[in-house]
Design a protein around this ligand. Structure first.
Ligand SMILES: [Zn+2]
Length: 223
């Protein structure tokens, strides 16, 4: 093994070198434009809604409408599952393996302001996420929570999202390390594959079980 390989491995340990390219791709997309949430794979979508979550859904829908395979389009932004009013997506900057979020399609910063069917869909997906995280990662515990407003710790305050983070006894020190190094696309892909499979095999509280009343009441509440 040569010196070059050794120094490369040492660089691998610092985190920054691994972290920067992925962050760059995620944050700015292609052509250097400021389009948060739009990865290179979905850069054909021409828009910019100025929001990571609104952008990622719009870019995925555009790609699918233009012939991209649904799995491929959803994997490009780590979407795990889509419900009628909200979706599950991996956090690209996780605090722990499996860190995911339930996100409404509505661009809204308040839980109280969401139409009830939307809030219920977030909670339904949160319950499905809890089961998937328990079956895949066997954590000792889970954090499920909303940070409303930047003062409360929200990274994307304008678009509410429910965090689900698997936790293990004694992982606090480890989290401090992860805060610097974060994770690799390969690790995200592994999490995505395992959690998507777990969700697809979970027959409880699926979106198809929701009654037509739900969409009618949503239409009423939005009218
Ligand atoms: Zn948004």
């Amino acid at each position: 093994m040569g010196t070059g390989e050794n120094s490369a491995k040492q660089d691998m340990g610092t985190g920054q070198r691994l972290w920067t390219p992925w962050r760059h791709a995620y944050v700015i997309g292609d052509r250097g434009r400021q389009r948060p949430g739009v990865p290179d794979a979905l850069s054909a979508w021409p828009g910019d809604l100025g929001c990571v979550f609104c952008n990622q859904i719009a870019a995925v829908d555009y790609a699918i409408a233009h012939g991209m395979d649904r799995d491929e389009a959803e994997a490009a932004v780590w979407i795990l599952e889509r419900g009628p009013h909200a979706y599950l997506v991996l956090n690209a900057f996780p605090y722990n393996s499996g860190h995911l979020m339930a996100v409404p399609y509505l661009h809204q910063d308040s839980l109280a302001a969401l139409p009830l069917p939307v809030a219920e869909d977030i909670l339904r997906l949160g319950r499905r996420a809890e089961r998937a995280l328990r079956s895949v990662y066997h954590p000792h515990g889970l954090n499920l929570g909303l940070n409303l407003g930047e003062s409360a710790g929200a990274g994307i305050a304008q678009h509410l999202h429910l965090h689900a983070v698997p936790r293990w006894s004694g992982d606090n020190n480890f989290l401090a390390v992860l805060a610097d190094t974060r994770t690799l696309p390969e690790m995200l892909h592994d999490s995505w594959q395992r959690l998507r499979a777990a969700l697809q095999s979970d027959t409880l509280e699926t979106a198809t079980e929701l009654s037509a009343v739900d969409s009618e009441s949503l239409a009423d509440s939005l009218a």
